[in-house]
Design a binder for this molecule. Sequence first.
Ligand SMILES: Cc1ncc(COP(=O)(O)O)c(C=O)c1O
Length: 439
Amino acid sequence: MKDTPIPYDVVSKHIQGSGIASVGKASIREIKRLVDNIEKETGMKYIRMEMGVPGIPPARIGTEAQCKALQDGVAAIYPDIDGIPLLKAEISRFVKLFLDIDVPATNCIPTVGSMQGGFACFMTVNRINAKQDTTLFIDPCFPVHKQQCRVLGVKHLGFDVYNYRGEKLREKLESYLSTGNISSILYSNPNNPSWICFTDEELKIIGDLANKYNVVIMEDLAYFGMDFRKDYSKPGQAPYQPTVAKYTDNFILLISSSKAFSYAGERIGMMVISDKLFTTVAPDLKRYYAFDQFGKAMIFGTMYSLSSGTSHSAQYALAAMLKAVNDGQYNFVEAVKEYGEKAHIMKEMFLKNGFKIVYDKDLGDPIADGFYFTVSYPGMSGEELLQTFVYYGISAISLAITGSERTEGVRACVSLVLRQQFPDLEYRLQKFHEHHPLS
Ligand SMILES: Cc1ncc(COP(=O)(O)O)c(C=O)c1O
C-alpha cells in the first residue's frame, strides 16, 4: 500500500464495490461512474480523461437560434424526416466551402448526433446487396460504432492501421475487399483514439478501392478541421479538410456538431450522402424497405423507423451556426484550438515522467496535438496502467476496447482537463513515476 494521491483503501473499496471485473477493460461509461463515486466520497477531483465531452461552451449563435425557434413554437411540430430546408441548404454549402465537394441539399440529412448517423448507415448499407453484408473498420476506432454493429447483428471486421500507413494500406485493404463480402468501410479522420490523420495519398487509395470493389466509404469527420497543423478554417479557401469524397462518389460523410460546435448535448449531427449512392437503385433493398432507391430507403425506411427526424429546434441551432461559419462570420476551428494547446502541454508532462506516446507518428511526422492522445508506461499493460491510474487520480480508457493492437496503451482525452488542474496532473504523474521506477 503506497501513499497514492487518492487514498488507496477508498479506491480499492470502490473498485470492488463497482462490480467491474477489470478497470482496464471497462467501458467509458463504467469508468465514469466509478470515478464519480470516488470523487463524491473523497471530495478530490480526478484528472478526467475518459470521456470525449466537449470542454468548451456551445456557440452562442446556436443557442440563441434554438431558443428563438422554441419561442416561435417549433416544439409542437414534427420536422420533416430528412431535415428542415434551411439546414439542408447550409450543410450543402458547408461541404462545398470546407471540403470543396458538391452534394445537393436533398442528400444532406440531420441526424440525432453523428451516433445515429452511424447506426443508420450500418443498418442500410449492409442491405444494398445480399452478398455484401460486412463492414470493415480501419482501427483503432470509436468503440460505440462496433457496439452498434453488435446490437444490429451486422457482421464486421477490422485491422489496426498503425503498421499499414501510406502505400501499405492498399494491399491490406485489398486483402479484405477481394473476398467480395465487404459492403462498407468506416474510419474516423482525425482518428479517435490515435489522432492519426490520413493523408490525401491514403484517402485516394481508399477512394480508388471503393470504386474498384463498389464499397461505400463511411467517413467519420467527428473532429472536422481539428488537425491544427493546417488551417482548415477559411470558407472557400484551400487548404480544405482532406476527404475521401475527392476520390470516390460512393460515400457517406458523418459530421458531428458535438466537438466542432460544442453542441453534444442537443444530439445533432449531419449525414451527407454522395449523389451516386443516394440515387443508386438496388433491388435487394426491397427485402427490408418499400423502396429500392438508397436515398429513399435511408430516409423513409431507416430514419423514419429510428426517430422520424431530428429535434426541430436543434436543427435551427445548427443551421444558424453553419450559416455564420459559411458566411465567414464565425471561426469554428479557432474556438476549439484550445484542445491542441492543452494536449501539447499534457503530453510533455507524461513524457517527462517516463511515459511513451503509443501512436507517435503520422507517417514521418510527429502526431498532431488534438482532442486525444495515447500513452503507455514501460513494463505495464494498458489494463494495469488504467487500474493503477485510478489510485493516482487519473482516468482514461484502454486502447484494447478500440480495436487497437497496441494493448499496452491507454487513450487520454484532453477536453475536460482544466488548465488549473495541470499542477495536480504533474504532481500525480511524478508520484506515479516515483512509485514505479524505470530501470
Ligand atoms: C469518432 C467519433 N464518431 C462519432 C462520435 C459521436 O458523435 P455525436 O456526439 O455527434 O453522436 C464521436 C463522439 O465522441 C466520435 O469520437
